[in-house]
Design a protein around this ligand. Sequence first.
Ligand code: TRP
Length: 442
Amino acid sequence: MIAREQWGSRLGFILAAAGSAVGLGNIWKFPYMTGQNGGGAFLVIYLALVFTIGISVMLAEFAIGRAAERNPVGAFAKLKGGIWPVVGFAGILCGFIILSFYSVVAGWTIAYIFKMMGGALAGSADDLGGVFGSFIASPVEPILYHALFMALVVAVVLGGVHGGIERACKVLMPLLFVLLIVLIGRAITLPGAGEGIVFFLQPDFSKVTADTFNGALSQAFFSLSIGMGAMITYGSYLNKKENLATSAMWVSGLDSSVAILAGLLILPAVFAFGFDPAAGPGLTFITLPAVFAQMPGGVFFGVLFFVLLAVAALTSAVSLMQPIVSYFADERGWNSKTTTVIFGGVIFLLGIPSSLSLGVWSDVHFIADKGFLDSMDYITSNVLMPLGGILISVFVGWVVADKMKEETHNDEGQSFGLYAPWVFICRFVAPVAIAWILISGL
Ligand code: TRP
């Protein structure tokens, strides 16, 4: 057997996993979820969930992946078998669905690169809402950008784990980080921005409801890329030496930092321009161009920002595609290049109704009053991923805990200092808390 492809270094792995985690979830979804869920209290609950349940499930996924050196289905089959591989299948299906609408939104970021360059986003803050609304509602233009984005995903996956993903992440992720800080400098000094900072950082727990927990949990899963096996797949390419717990810490920390930076950028600007923080999915796309318009060199910063956001989305999208490809290649012996191209096409097709649901099909409802895109988002973020999280925790906590003790060794080869609390979270805390939040949200 030829050796399985591996990450070049620990840094390469951490950046690739962080590249999966950091994406539209941080910069597009997190600010509007925070806006819709009352601000500071959502942030506190979100971070609390990330650093207890989220990080534990991430470590569980890394450990499963590296112990088995397989795709999610094969990993469960190898470590235990029985009914368990179904969890891997559900994850692959989940990745499929997420990628279909993720790519639609990622297409908007590409479109905004060109709109920024062409001056279409130079109007007043009020006009920008109209520009965004009519763009996403149009039946053709966003679908073309969705196609372009899927083509890029296919191209990167064809380039292989090491060549494509790792190299791109090493340069571009730090650049995105720095750019966010530069932009925050502008946003928080806008007149009226202070109110947004207070909204974001000062918790008002009287606004907390079951929905706040549900929103924070589903956002944590989405943002950390956990609950569907993407991190199992990435862990499977990691060499045996590396310390998984430290890696999970780094990835969760980087992901949360980017979310906090995005909140500090978007929410102050929302208040400064008099937008509604609860406006929903358009928030980032409407607010940021208004910030760029107030900056010297705004077009330059705007173009750079949307390029980096598109790249961040690309590295995340690749991690949604990789489990699908590695499953068909490892388990079914399919040619991975053919698989990539075929599924790229199928996922593109599934994304079309998502895009149309924001325009011509806006009256067609699937789950409750939700259109197609919102329904796909709901099924994955609120149902499939939390369910996956429960099953992954139970698997690690109850079924293979002993094996995981060796797998989570530290740099000196000794066992992980927090092994007992981690297993306790996997056994009890995560399944019960996730189930409770899941059920209360339905
Ligand atoms: N975490 C990514 C983001 O925040 C999206 C993503 C990539 C994802 N891979 C995933 C979400 C796997 C869930 C599961 O944009």
